[in-house]
Design a protein around this ligand. Structure first.
Ligand SMILES: [Zn+2]
Length: 62
């Protein structure tokens, strides 16, 4: 089994086709990486900003 380096924690782990979290070593590392990505690359406004836009539009109609 080839060894790969987990992109999140840097630990070496086996490239196991049965591992649903690869290239990460575990579910935790996969989740941490996703959270980091979501915080760093957020181009879509959050729900609160979307609601602000909607409330501004509503005020114009009143
Ligand atoms: Zn890891």
């Amino acid at each position: 089994m080839p060894e790969i380096k987990c992109p999140q924690c840097g630990e070496k782990s086996e490239w196991n086709p049965d591992n649903p979290y690869r290239p990460f070593c575990s579910e935790q590392c996969k989740n941490l990486d996703f959270i980091a990505w979501a915080h760093g690359e957020r181009h879509i406004p959050g729900d609160s900003q979307v609601s602000d836009i909607f409330s501004e539009d509503l005020e114009k109609f009143e």
